[in-house]
Design a binder for this molecule. Sequence first.
Ligand code: F6R
Length: 355
Amino acid sequence: MFDLDDTARYAAFDPEAMLKTIRELPAQVEAAWQLAMEAPLPDDLREVERLVVVGMGGSAIGADLLAGLMARKGTVPVEVVRGYDLPAHVGGPRTLVIASSYSGNTEETLTAFEEARARGTRLMAITTGGKLAAQAKAEGFPLWTFSYKSTPRAALGYSFTLLVGLAKRLGFLPIKPDSVAEAVARLEAMQRQLLPDVPTARNDAKGWATWLHGTVPAIFGSGFLAAAARRWKGQFNENAKQWAMWDELPELNHNLVVGLGLPETVVPHHLRVVFLRSNLDHPRVQVRWQITAELLARHGIEVREAYGLGESAFAQLLTVIHFGDFVSYYLAALNGEDPSPVANITYLKGRLAEL
Ligand code: F6R
């Protein structure tokens, strides 16, 4: 098995340098914020009354994170559309539809975006290039491009922060530059404790990966951290190449808790639960975390909690995500999997192109 403290082994296990991109999260956030504050943006976009983001996978999760922040302090609704079909109610010039796609070539995203165009919404694209960038250039709608070589999911610092910066520029989200600086400082401080040269005894990410190895992790979050739970799940799938689940509180108190004991072959030995928590969670949610932990304990299910760090929801979101990214990285090592390639996504995209 991979010895997480044997630093000489990391280069061979991670030939496409996933670790480098995880480490660059704070730098991505800084660069994306700068870009968002300076990028061209037509003034009349401030007149729209809601935002719809179309995207998939690693390019959709940033929109979920934005929606979580907007639900707390934003002034317009944000809807995230994952799929070919734009909801029937989306249309007209009072809605801004933003296509978020790292490659600019994702089939579902392009299809839903095309539908938005047909329905006369305002359009905008956030991408590194591809068909989406070409279309924006040809048709003259706003295009924010970023250039960052990585897998799409590893560019979350861009895809998320650009959306946050856009919401701020449009006057829809009162986020302070201080929150961005706070998040960057917190991320930098945090990652110093989580890098491969910090031994397992003092490295929480290695410790958590060891704890989760060989199990199905179920990640729970509430409010703005529910999307972080989804991100953890996606990173366990794509980086560590394994099953994971996510759910949210208080909703899971109304269904999931009823079936904690079965199947016996899985529970409790092959299931672990992670709570992603915040001091900003609703007071009754804080109580629900405690009772949910009691119920899980009755079934012998081990639980660990990770708290968002910092004052702002923005910093808390990013720190929880950063920790999860490191855990998924070490879990990939323990699983003997290269964290970067996503063979089955590539296969699917290739097959779809043939059919
Ligand atoms: C790969 C990844 C995927 C992609 C998704 C959409 O790292 O995270 O979930 O994000 O297949 O592709 P893009 O982002 O190019 O639109």
